[in-house]
Design a protein around this ligand. Sequence first.
Ligand code: FE
Ligand code: FE
Ligand code: ZN
Length: 301
Amino acid sequence: MLILGSHVSFGTRQLLGSAEEAYSYGANTFMFYTGAPQNTIRKSIDFDLLKEADTFMKEHGILKEYVICHAPYIINLANKTDLSKWDFSIQFLKQELKRCDELGIRFLVLHPGSAVGLPREEALQNIVDALNHVLETPYHTKILLETMAGKGTECGTTLEEMKFLLEHVHHEVGVCLDTCHLNDSGISISSFDSYLDSFEREIGLDKIGCVHVNDSKNLLGSHKDRHENIGYGTIGFENLLHVCYHDKLKDVPKILETPYVGNTWEDKEKIYPPYRFEIQMIQTKTFDTKLLEHIKEYYNK
Ligand code: FE
Ligand code: FE
Ligand code: ZN
């Protein structure tokens, strides 16, 4: 079965609100941030709402075992030039894992970090040290390191770097593939099978816990990281479908993180979520050449 959902919000009604939003898109899973991705302001878990959310998911075909949480971007384990900042990242990651445990969420996606002024090897070692420290405490939730586009000084942009991280962390961590990031890092999704073969050989397919399915606004190897709506970017609909329906990734949840759309594709104000329509395109394997019109029509009703 195709396990497919999108990024949804985690508002005042917490996981219940997220699950309802996912259901409204026709999804059977979803990904959320426990607060704004850019900051670390977090509310504590409301267990009454959580109970309701669990019931809602059971009754509406949402597979909680495949629901993903994403850690905020400001966690940076790669640079410890400012020790207090590094320590803050570590403490915050611990809290995030604890929150996920309380929510009963199995996977937490994390950006490995940015080297900033450091040599790559040193940055990678800092990530390893941080994760080894954080994971001294056992959590039910598993960290998935996301493959990055290589924007700025991002680490985790090549198979070699991912392999290094996974080999040197003494605890079970996995990987989240992001199709836009792979494209922007220089790996063509049109030869996804050969990438997956290398991944299988070097790291192991059992490590893949999630796939972010996004098109890209930029060319192969651009190191930009700007997501585009499914089928409207440089990767293309057929290549993304191939990833979604890949035999070797059957039990891996696919999550859309494509941009909201406004009055034109270039609008600064993105107002409508595209997910209901993109999910439908993927489920029916049919590209909608009038996606924007259909989204606007639906939300302007
Ligand atoms: Fe991410
Ligand atoms: Fe992503
Ligand atoms: Zn991205």
